[in-house]
Ligand binder design. Structure first.
Ligand SMILES: Cc1cc2nc3c(=O)[nH]c(=O)nc-3n(C[C@H](O)[C@H](O)[C@H](O)COP(=O)(O)O)c2cc1C
Length: 170
């Protein structure tokens, strides 16, 4: 790794102190449904409505998803750690483990998630060994298990220091 006085392990260790939510980003590829666990999701712009995530250039899932030109971000709840593990594993039947439907773009929307954000690809930027994918939001919604802001719905799945946890209000 080029740069300062640190190696890849130190980079991962320090950045692991920043907690993220967990999403599964899906797309309808020519070979069928594809999806991968993604923590690098965030909102970008309200007008126009843009979001982004960063898939690795090595990802076989992303290489199949990219030609679709659209994707859906599925926000996982704290009851879905196993869904995250399934969509991060190199082998196994990822879509055998979940029920899906389609909304605006045709990308799979995973049932039981906290929220879904259906997008068309707006831009793909250079991000070193990852792509920075900016999506334009075409449709979005919350799952049945959402209790609203401050509501009694399920909480989000959190990834922190390499492990899963849940959100607890202060
Ligand atoms: C919580 C979590 C967050 C992840 N976030 C990302 C991410 O932002 N970008 C990425 O490229 N991979 C991320 N991954 C790893 C991918 O899910 C995994 O490498 C990929 O699905 C491997 O399969 P593939 O080569 O078939 O795509 C994450 C994994 C987990 C468990």
């Amino acid at each position: 790794m080029s740069g300062g006085g640190f190696d890849g392990a130190e980079f991962r260790r320090v950045l692991g102190h920043f907690p993220t939510g967990v999403t599964v980003v899906t797309a309808a590829s020519a070979e069928g449904p594809e999806g991968m666990a993604i923590g690098s999701f965030t909102s970008v712009s309200l007008d126009p409505p843009l979001v982004m995530f960063c898939p690795g250039l090595e990802s076989t899932s992303w290489s199949r998803m990219r030609p679709a030109g659209s994707f859906c971000v599925n926000v996982l709840g704290d009851h879905q750690a196993e869904v995250s593990r399934t969509f991060a594993a190199k082998s196994g039947d990822r879509f055998g483990a979940v029920s899906t439907r389609v909304e605006a773009t045709g990308a799979p929307v995973i049932e039981g998630c906290l929220a879904w954000i259906d997008c068309t690809v707006h831009a793909v930027h250079d991000g070193g060994d990852h792509d920075i994918v900016v999506g334009r939001v075409e449709a979005l919604g919350v799952g049945d298990s959402d209790g609203g802001v401050g509501g009694a719905g399920r909480g989000p799945l959190i990834f922190f220091k390499g492990g899963y946890g849940r959100y607890q209000p202060l």
